[in-house]
Structure formats: C-alpha cells, structure tokens
Design a protein around this ligand. Sequence first.
Ligand SMILES: O=C(O)c1ccccc1N[C@@H]1O[C@H](COP(=O)(O)O)[C@@H](O)[C@H]1O
Length: 206
Amino acid sequence: MRTRVKICGFTRVEDALAAARLGVDAIGLVFYAQSPRNVSMARAAEITRALPAFVSVVGLFVDAEPDWVRDVLAEVNIDCLQFHGNESPEDCRLYAKPYIKAVRMRPDTDLEDIQAQYADAAGLLLDAYHPGAQGGTGSGFDWELIGGNLSLPLILAGGLSPENAALAVQQVRPYALDVSSGVEAGKGIKDAEKMAAFIRKINQST
Ligand SMILES: O=C(O)c1ccccc1N[C@@H]1O[C@H](COP(=O)(O)O)[C@@H](O)[C@H]1O
C-alpha cells in the first residue's frame, strides 16, 4: 500500500494549491491561536473552496472549546478533525466527523492502551514530545518507541523533512506521514520545492 501524505499548517491559498498539484492526500489547517500557523476561519474557507476534489482537509485543534470547533465546522469544509492536545475520547466523539488523535511520544507511552481508549479514531498520529509546545516544533522522536500490537492507521509526524522521509517510510511503514516545519520557507509559508521533494521521496520508497 502506498504511504499517504498530509502536509499541515497552510495559511495561503497558493501553497495549498501547489500541494494539491503535487498529489498530496490531505492538507491540514491549524485552528489554534498559539500556533504561528493559526489560520482565520475566513482564510481557511477560502483555501478549502479553492481545492480540487479528492484532497482531504484536516482541521487541527488543541483542547478547543466545543462551540469553537462547531463554529469552524459550520464555516469551513473539513473532512477530518485532528486533536493535538489532551482531549479525552469523549471530547473527540462530540462531532459527526472522523478524527485523528495525536500522541506526543515519551519513553513510557503505551500505544496499545491509547489505541484501546481511542478505538474509534480514524488514525493515531505520533508526534514528538516537546515541553511547552503542543506540536509543529520540527522536532523528531525515537521511532524505536513505536511498539505494540497496533491496528489503527499510524500517521508518523514530528521533524519530518525531505531528508528523512524515505527512512521514515522504510523503518516505520506508517499509513501516512505528516509534515509541517520540514517543508516550510517560514512559519505557515510552504516551500513548493521542499513539498515536491518530500512527496517524491515517499513515492520512491513506498
Ligand atoms: O503546526 C503547528 O503549529 C501545530 C501547533 C500545535 C499542535 C500541532 C501542530 N502541528 C502538528 O505537529 C506535527 C509535527 O509538526 P512538524 O512537522 O514537526 O513541524 C504535525 O502533525 C503537525 O500537524
């Protein structure tokens, strides 16, 4: 099976269209005020309206108020939710949308236990643990920490780039890779050449 690609943290229509032309499976929009990639509802709606068919849109939230998530869902065409904070399974199930639960990997993280709790998730996204930041840091983690009998689709994130994408596919064999910092020219500004190189490396190694 080929490895899917999600690129996260778009703030500009032209970058999302460039990613779509390169064949990305999903784009991520960050609705988290503390992120340098936070996108306004109006801009997010503009981006999603411009996208061609068959590119999924993932809305990323961090411990958001349910009313805020509902407001975004009412205005922006989102296919899947990504919960990147300390949301409980019940929090994640409040919306009639598939969801991905992010796990910030630490040495004692028990993925089987997390999988049991979030059994109805559309995927588990594994990211680096970084004190003081919820994600999007460009930091990786030790892939040897990934273990257990895992049946949910695994989405590998954290410090990925064109330089380590092939190794990530070969070593982890994830369902998908998710990248933000590693394909940027600046925070929230994507670099078309880096996005192309990232996707090319994955396709060559799948
Ligand atoms: O992108 C952000 O700013 C962000 C903020 C808060 C939580 C998650 C965020 N992004 C997600 O973090 C991972 C790893 O990103 P990176 O490639 O290491 O920069 C990824 O899943 C992004 O979707």
